[in-house]
Design a protein around this ligand. Structure first.
Ligand SMILES: NC(=O)c1ccc[n+]([C@@H]2O[C@H](COP(=O)([O-])OP(=O)(O)OC[C@H]3O[C@@H](n4cnc5c(N)ncnc54)[C@H](O)[C@@H]3O)[C@@H](O)[C@H]2O)c1
Length: 254
């Protein structure tokens, strides 16, 4: 209940899935949270959920691909609560399944804009703010287990997520001396609403996926959120540049 007491921050793509669970978890641990997403209604629902549980949250619409949104989010946290302490850069999209020999540049551009450029813009302005404040903040980025493995047909997604690790670790190295910690979580298969729907539609495929996971189940958004909160908390004060698999052991099967 107090891992993040008195801290202020933001979570991108927090209208649903892992981002919503993260926003709720940061708030549960005492943080004030700026929720952001392209889906207004879903984001307002996240804010309502936090407030109903006694937490503090506000919402600012934002497309995580855009630098203007990265700037606006940092400015809004500072305007609301005076200081930025943490950020969970979580927005990410998949890509159509096609072999490299049939890939379209437009699918690559879309995946890289949101998954990698957006992450860079977010960190650029968050790190600037930490330095201006002269306070050592913490950032956690959502990568994926796809950042350390190969999934046939998903080259835009996989390549951009490999990039997220390179970006996270480079930024961690650049800012470690200032006490700014930058880490990533690497979710394995996680049971969000979209995946629940897919599982109901194709139960045989779902069972096949579960069979490939050493723990024989998918993770929950809460399990991803707990890892993100912990990495931003003082409990992880000597950890930076880490890419933490939260995957039921899936990475062991690489
Ligand atoms: N769910 C999984 O199994 C899984 C596995 C590995 C990694 N991930 C990563 O976790 C992160 C969250 O995934 P999820 O499954 O919870 O997502 P999701 O598909 O459930 O979407 C969550 C939210 O993202 C928002 N969103 C989409 N594009 C956006 C944009 N450009 N700007 C702001 N918000 C946007 C949506 O409106 C939605 O509310 C992504 O980076 C994803 O790559 C997910």
């Amino acid at each position: 209940m107090t891992l993040m007491a008195g801290k202020n921050g933001l979570v991108t793509a927090s209208g649903g899935g892992i981002g919503r669970a993260s926003a709720l978890a940061f708030a549960r641990e005492g943080a004030r949270v700026l929720v952001s997403d392209i889906d207004d209604d879903a984001s307002r629902e996240t804010v309502d959920m936090i407030r109903s549980a006694g937490g503090t949250a506000e919402y600012l619409a934002g497309d995580a691909a855009e630098e203007s949104s990265a700037i606006a989010l940092v400015d809004r946290v500072v305007e609301l609560w005076g200081r930025l302490d943490f950020a969970h850069n979580n927005a990410g999209i998949g890509s159509p399944t096609k072999p490299v020999s049939e890939q379209e540049g437009s699918d690559w551009e879309r995946a890289f804009r949101i998954n990698l450029f957006g992450m860079m813009y977010a960190m650029k302005h968050q790190i600037r703010r930490f330095k201006e404040q002269k306070t050592p903040g913490a950032i956690v980025n959502t990568a994926s287990i796809a950042a350390v493995s190969a999934n046939a047909g998903l080259s835009p997604y996989n390549s951009s997520k490999w990039g997220v690790l390179g970006l996270t670790q480079t930024a961690a190295t650049e800012n470690a001396a200032d006490g700014i910690r930058i880490n990533a979580i690497m979710p394995g298969a996680t049971l969000t609403a979209a995946i629940e729907k897919w599982a109901a539609e194709v139960p045989d495929q779902y069972a096949g996926v579960l069979d490939g996971i050493p723990m024989k189940r998918m993770g929950t958004p809460d399990e991803q959120a707990n890892a993100a909160v912990w990495l931003c908390s003082e409990q992880a004060s000597y950890i930076t540049g880490v890419a933490l698999p939260v995957d039921g052991g899936l990475v062991l099967r690489r």
